[in-house]
Write a protein that binds this ligand. Structure first.
Ligand code: ACO
Length: 364
């Protein structure tokens, strides 16, 4: 049976930075509080759509893998802030990338989207349905942020990350490399702890858009506890399924929700901090994009070596959780690079946030 091996990785972050000092001007918060409670110093805010971020991350991952888009069998985009619902972002990428032979669909499991997508494509590769797959996590979370609400707006940022998965069996993949086990789960009973009601078919077409439906709500402390338990439990089950223990793990690449959630969950797993990758300080929580962005940065910083055992683990709205145990292949360097960039912008970060401020919290 072929295994699903990651052979390409890419990331796209928009250029505008929203720092903690900027947020101090918008709501009653402080750099000190945000850093101490979350580990976040800044996050990126997008001047383009989520599909544009996804396209560039995808092109970079394909160049890294040396894979031609025409050879892709499948494109999956994980997102909870898709640009539109239909056509899907994956179908738009199929056209933009020229992936004429690929099936395409979007998947929404909130912050667990990349772990869920990896599990789905692993099954498709192992069954022989697909040999080359592009998975992208992409989010424009600023769309649902009320920047006067300090309980949510400090956490989230925009961005995209991508990975190319290929069926093992080629020299490129390395012996024994690929996804070894997965664990997925959900608990709809806890769904009320993270809610965003606007972008669905709830109600009648004539309904007006109530800002209260369009902003993200969550119960921070409840989510914190569920996340720590969810990540630790899910990663343990995935390791056990692979016949491995925490001692075998070289690197955990967790969903970047909050540095304290990552610390508590990995302490429960008995994995010391030097085997845990974080980039939350500069990106915040980018939901489905966070694991592929972190994976890219871990490789870029030389934190993954050939043959390493890597655990991806996430927790998100729904509530959902998912973990993937994989053995890295022989290659940790990109085969190529895509030189394209996002279109430049003259806007300031405050220009971009003004529509949110006008909609969610108009002055007076
Ligand atoms: N700045 C300053 N003070 C603040 C802020 C802020 N941004 N936010 C809250 N406070 C205050 C509170 O009002 C409270 O004050 P009080 O003691 O006078 O009442 C105090 O700080 C402590 O508040 P807590 O809510 O207890 O702070 P906590 O340490 O729990 O941190 C946080 C809050 C960061 C939201 C944390 O609970 C968390 O990260 N939860 C997880 C959220 C998450 O990851 N969600 C992602 C899922 S979303 C998705 O899947 C799409």
């Amino acid at each position: 049976m072929p295994r699903a091996v990651i052979t390409g990785w890419g990331k796209c972050v928009p250029p505008l930075r929203l720092t903690n000092a900027d947020l101090e001007q918008l709501c009653d918060t402080s750099d000190e509080w945000i850093v101490e409670r979350t580990g976040i110093s800044e996050r990126r805010i997008s001047h383009v759509e989520a599909t544009d971020l996804a396209e560039l991350a995808g092109r970079r991952a394909l160049a890294c893998a040396g894979v031609d888009a025409a050879d892709l069998d499948l494109i999956v985009v994980a997102s909870c802030t898709p640009e539109i619902l239909c056509p899907t972002m994956a179908a738009m990428l199929e056209e933009r990338l020229g992936a004429a032979n690929a099936a395409a669909f979007d998947l929404n499991a909130a912050c667990s989207g990349f772990a869920y997508s990896t599990s789905v494509v692993t099954g498709m590769i192992e069954s022989g349905f697909a040999r080359k797959v592009l998975v992208v996590g992409a989010e424009k979370l600023r769309f649902i942020m009320d920047y006067r609400d300090r309980s949510t707006c400090i956490l989230f940022g925009d961005g995209a990350g991508a990975a190319v998965f290929e069926a093992s069996g080629s020299d490129e993949c390395g012996d024994g490399a690929g996804v070894l086990s997965v664990d997925l789960g959900a608990d709809g009973d806890q769904g009320k702890t993270m809610v965003w009601t606007h972008m669905g078919s709830k109600g009648d077409p004539s309904r007006t858009i109530d800002p209260d439906d369009a902003r993200l709500h969550f119960e921070g402390q409840a989510v914190f506890k569920i996340a720590v338990q969810g990540i630790a439990g899910s990663a343990s089950r995935a390791l056990e399924r692979a016949g491995l223990t925490a001692d075998d793990v070289d690197l955990v690449v967790p969903h970047q929700a909050n540095a304290r959630i990552i610390e508590s969950a990995t302490r429960r797993l008995r994995i010391d901090p030097d085997r845990v990758f974080t980039n939350i300080a500069h990106h915040g929580n980018t939901a489905a994009a966070s694991i592929p962005m972190a994976l890219h940065d871990a490789l870029d910083e030389g934190r993954i070596s050939p043959g390493d055992l890597v655990v991806l683990t996430a927790f998100g709205g729904g509530v959902t959780w998912g973990s993937v145990v994989l053995r890295w292949g022989d290659r940790v360097e990109p085969l190529g690079a895509y030189e394209g960039e996002l279109p430049p912008t003259d806007a300031t970060v405050f220009d971009l946030l003004q529509p949110n401020l006008d909609f969610f919290a108009p002055e007076g």
